[in-house]
Write a protein of this length. Structure first.
Length: 91
């Protein structure tokens, strides 16, 4: 094999390895959110919202399942979700 092909293979292997490591670290970062969750209360509402307070209250008691590969809620499934962390002051 020519040296240029070996270098190219090494670069490609590093790129694949870095992507896999990034995916693993993102997955590990979210371990604390994966699982089955029960909605216990509505934290806040706004005059400008996609649903009314009454509609939001209808979700109390329902279960959300969050995994690396799916987000399941209210009979709907989102396959291959991407998660982003943020911190919002809702009080």
């Amino acid at each position: 094999m020519k040296p240029s092909k070996i270098v190219l293979l090494a670069v490609l292997w590093n790129c694949v390895s870095l992507r896999a490591a990034a995916a693993d670290s993102t997955s590990a970062m979210n371990l604390d959110i994966y699982g089955r969750w029960r909605i216990s209360k509505v934290l806040g509402a706004s005059d400008i919202a996609a649903m009314s307070d009454k509609e939001a209250q209808g979700f109390v008691g329902k279960t959300v399942t969050i995994t690396k590969n799916a987000f399941l809620f209210n009979g709907e499934t989102c396959d291959a979700p991407s998660y982003e962390r943020s911190q919002d002051d809702l009080v």
